[in-house]
Design a protein around this ligand. Structure first.
Ligand code: SF4
Ligand code: FES
Length: 248
């Protein structure tokens, strides 16, 4: 396949940035999207040009690092996949492909396609944990009966990989789907009840302080989430927040 890549280049956070064209030839449809970028970077290095900076780690859809827009969509044209799981067979010979970093005030660009998603880490630090007595008296988790339906929903919420596609696809840059997944995975389990009140209040407070926008129930986040995190989690977080506000 022969392609024209239009890639966002930006030296650092202060640089204005611009789209640069990169023609590519002989791209195999069996390559992953990131492998295709690896080939391009090798070509740039061979020409003594600066390679394109992009985040990646696991390359199997579990770390959430490979975040970028491909042709204006978070993680590209396929549903329920991250960019590392996207393959060139999803494109056609002769295509022009736009590749850009996430656009959100709370995710400033560091370089080229890499954005700073540490706002998510700070939200996690504000409440994304449980306290467990590890002094030798720890109760075996399997000894605590949990209703199957709740266990399944908690597991589904826990599959959020923190990629930020929900923020990137939201017209308000809201982080509600991410935060609600992190609240829900504990709210549905007995182990999460001890800090439940503080957790939801503190995580939502941190989310607001980081500069994410408000949720207006558009639902783009759910559509573009590579892990299928449901909007039901936002409804659950809102109930948790209301209950915690009365207690707090
Ligand atoms: S909710 Fe989905 S889109 Fe948002 S960070 Fe988690 S996995 Fe990514
Ligand atoms: S590189 Fe880990 S999810 Fe894509």
């Amino acid at each position: 396949m022969n392609l024209t890549l239009k890639i966002w280049r930006q030296k650092d956070a202060n640089d204005k940035g611009k789209i640069v064209d990169y023609p590519m030839s002989d791209v195999s449809p069996d390559m992953s999207f990131l492998e295709m970028l690896d080939v391009l970077n090798q070509e740039l290095i061979d020409k003594n040009e600066e390679p394109i900076a992009f985040d990646h780690d696991c390359r199997e859809g579990i770390c959430g690092m490979c975040s970028m827009y491909v042709n204006g969509r978070a993680h590209g044209p396929d549903s329920m996949v991250t960019v590392c799981q996207l393959h060139m067979r999803s494109f056609n010979d002769g295509d022009t492909i736009f590749i850009e970093p996430w656009r959100a005030t709370a995710f400033p660009v560091i370089k080229d396609l890499i954005v700073d998603r540490s706002a998510f880490d700070r939200i996690q630090h504000a409440g994304g944990f449980i306290s467990v007595n590890t002094s030798g008296n720890t109760q075996d988790a399997n000894a605590i009966p949990i209703e199957k339906h709740n266990a399944d929903m908690a597991f589904d919420a826990a599959t959020c990989i923190g990629c930020g596609a929900c923020v990137a696809s939201c017209k308000n840059s809201s982080a509600m789907l991410f935060v609600s997944a992190k609240v829900s995975q504990f709210a549905l389990l007995p182990q999460g009840q001890v800090e439940a009140t503080d957790r939801v209040l503190n995580m939502v407070k941190q989310m607001d302080e980081e500069g994410f926008g408000n949720c207006t129930n558009t639902g783009a986040c759910e559509v573009e989430c590579p892990k299928g995190i449901s909007l039901e989690n936002i409804a659950r977080m809102n109930r948790e927040y209301l209950a915690a506000s009365f207690k707090g």
